[in-house]
Write a protein that binds this ligand. Structure first.
Ligand code: GAP
Length: 536
């Protein structure tokens, strides 16, 4: 039984990360004072800084300073910020209205709704005291690490009520989706008492609906975008017509997306509102594999540049039967999340989308979205191609390579990757985040050792200077040990202390979060020190 995306067992590392992230103001449950709202999260004072740092790092690496292309030339890349709500026909053309569905199973008895691919079934068998094995029925359970245990516990409870005996742990679970309708009718739902209350899987569209204008009727129905990508395709022609970019080039966008996920879970891994970082790279069809491989490698390099350990990341190539009919290839970059470990879960997808999206929008909008490749035309002419060949080949609908990742999922990955629990500061299990300095929400804490003898004045001046360039915090309260510990917890890489010696020799101590070692640095060199340390 697959255990990916299972709920973390209690007391595990994921619970500790979620708890530290909440305690220190990274991520809160949305509408918490009203009991929360499932699938929505708020990013607190430190969470928003961390998220913005990842966002800016991506934007810099993709838009402002994209990698050098496979031929050694700089890549053309521009940014975009399209509307969350678009014309409903965009989602008809993209296929989201008809195909963006999760097959769902409803339970008529409990009114619960399950994702069909999360339901697993097995025969519930008990060895009675006389040695006979009795089958109590076919029960279903939701996939997860603890699914087997839950199944056995449930059967045990029923066995006790019906004469006792020892539960025979199932050796094999069968996916609900693989059962025939007659077999489905025999299954007892995960929360039901009766058999036959589960419906056959039915499609459930995941787009969130709203209304455009005062009339809330079918004609005014609109969708909150389920991905940022379509806003890029619908602006492809605008960008070509209004900027100097030529194929091959990319358009990148970061923004919120919404999906009515049936089972939002694992903290911010799968939520109903989330942020994406997507780029559509438009290229000539005959260069598409070259660019696909290029972006596959570049994206993996980027994740490693965030300080993520190589053995926590891996590629997963999609099998042929997973690929959409128009796609030549697709690969996921996966991360070893605490709740998937030792397995991995999706972090980013890099898809070869062929000419599918632009062709669809061309058909549905009746606007020409092909591209005339003047350079290629010249090359073909020079190579002696026939006029027919030149005409046919130099006008085409570009192919698209799409690296698509989640910004909020990246926040989760960094929280998991940076989480440490070790003995330090006199505490046996001291928890802190060891973020890469460049991505840390706060770069430096600035403290007067004591609140007298001119130290606060010097420390405050240093803080006022440094905050022009770096996100810093000034903290004059509590013992210095407590202040260091607080900075460690939130992942601040440097703690700068003005002490008794500062007045004499104009130097401060700088304490490093990870090693806890301290060094003396001249006051006037602190800014250069931080600049050096915060380089990529
Ligand atoms: N345009 C292609 C696209 O949207 P996707 O695989 O559905 O592809 C891309 O989404 C990325 O967006 C995923 O790899 C994941 O990081 C993030 N993502 C998707 N659904 C999400 C959700 N419900 N919550 C958080 N992140 C999500």
């Amino acid at each position: 039984m697959p255990s990916t995306e299972s709920e973390p067992p209690s007391g595990n590392i994921m619970e500790q990360i979620v708890s530290l992230a909440k305690r220190r103001g990274f991520v809160y449950q949305a509408s918490e004072i009203y009991g929360g709202i499932r699938g929505f999260w708020d990013y607190g004072p430190l969470g928003v800084l961390l998220k913005n740092n990842i966002r800016d790092h991506w934007w810099r690496a993709m838009v402002e300073c994209p990698p050098v292309g496979p031929d050694g030339s700089p890549i053309d890349m521009v940014g975009l910020d399209s509307a969350i709500i678009q014309h409903p026909n965009v989602w008809k053309a993209s296929g989201h209205v008809d195909n963006f569905n999760d097959p769902m199973v409803d339970c008529r008895e409990t009114k619960a709704r399950y994702r069909a691919d999360h339901l697993w079934t097995a025969a519930a068998q008990v060895r009675r005291k006389n040695g006979n094995v009795e089958t109590l029925g076919v029960f279903s359970v939701l996939s997860g690490d603890d699914a087997g245990d839950l199944f056995v516990k449930r059967v045990d409870k029923i066995a006790r009520k019906t004469g006792g005996g020892e539960v025979v742990a199932p050796t094999d679970f069968v996916p609900f989706t693989k059962l025939s309708p007659a077999e489905m009718a025999e299954v007892v739902g995960p929360d039901a008492a009766q058999k036959g209350t589960l419906t056959e899987p039915r499609p459930f569209n995941m787009m969130m609906i709203s209304y455009n204008g005062p009339l809330q009727d079918e004609d005014n129905k609109v969708y909150l975008r389920p991905e940022t990508a379509q806003g890029i395709f619908t602006n492809y022609k605008n960008v070509l017509d209004t900027t100097r970019v030529r194929v091959p080039f990319g358009i990148a966008q970061i923004g919120k997306s919404y999906r009515n996920e049936v089972t939002p879970r694992n903290f911010i891994f799968r939520s109903r509102e989330f942020e994406q970082m997507e780029m559509e790279f438009f290229c000539p069809p005959d260069q598409s594999i070259l660019w696909y491989e290029f972006w596959r490698d570049e994206r993996m390099k980027w994740w490693k540049s965030l300080g993520i350990r190589a053995d926590n990341l891996k590629f997963r190539d999609h099998d042929d039967d997973e690929l959409a009919h128009y796609s030549k290839a697709c690969v996921d970059i996966e991360y070893k999340y605490p709740f998937t470990s030792p397995d991995f879960g999706e972090l980013e997808g890099i898809a070869h989308r062929g000419c599918f999206d632009l062709t669809q929008h061309q058909q549905h909008s009746s606007q020409k979205l092909d591209y005339f490749d003047q350079e290629l035309q010249l090359k073909l002419k020079e190579s002696g191609a026939s006029p027919e060949d030149v005409k046919a080949k130099s006008r085409y609908i570009p192919n698209v390579i799409e690296p698509a990742s989640g910004l909020t999922r990246a926040v989760l990955v960094l929280l998991c990757e940076a989480y440490r629990c070790e003995s330090r500061s006199g505490v046996e299990k001291f928890e802190y985040f060891a973020f890469k300095p460049q991505l840390a929400p706060i770069k430096a804490g600035i403290f007067p050792l004591v609140n007298k003898d001119g130290m606060p004045e010097i420390a405050q001046k240093l803080y006022m200077d440094l905050r022009q360039q770096f996100t810093c915090e000034y903290d004059p309260k509590q013992s210095i040990g407590k202040r260091y510990a607080r900075m460690d917890e939130i992942g601040t890489p440097f703690s700068i202390t003005v002490d008794g010696q500062t007045k004499d020799d104009q130097s401060v101590t700088i304490r490093h979060r990870d090693s806890q070692l301290q060094e003396r640095v001249a006051l006037e060199k602190v800014s250069t020190f931080l600049t050096e340390k915060l380089k990529a």
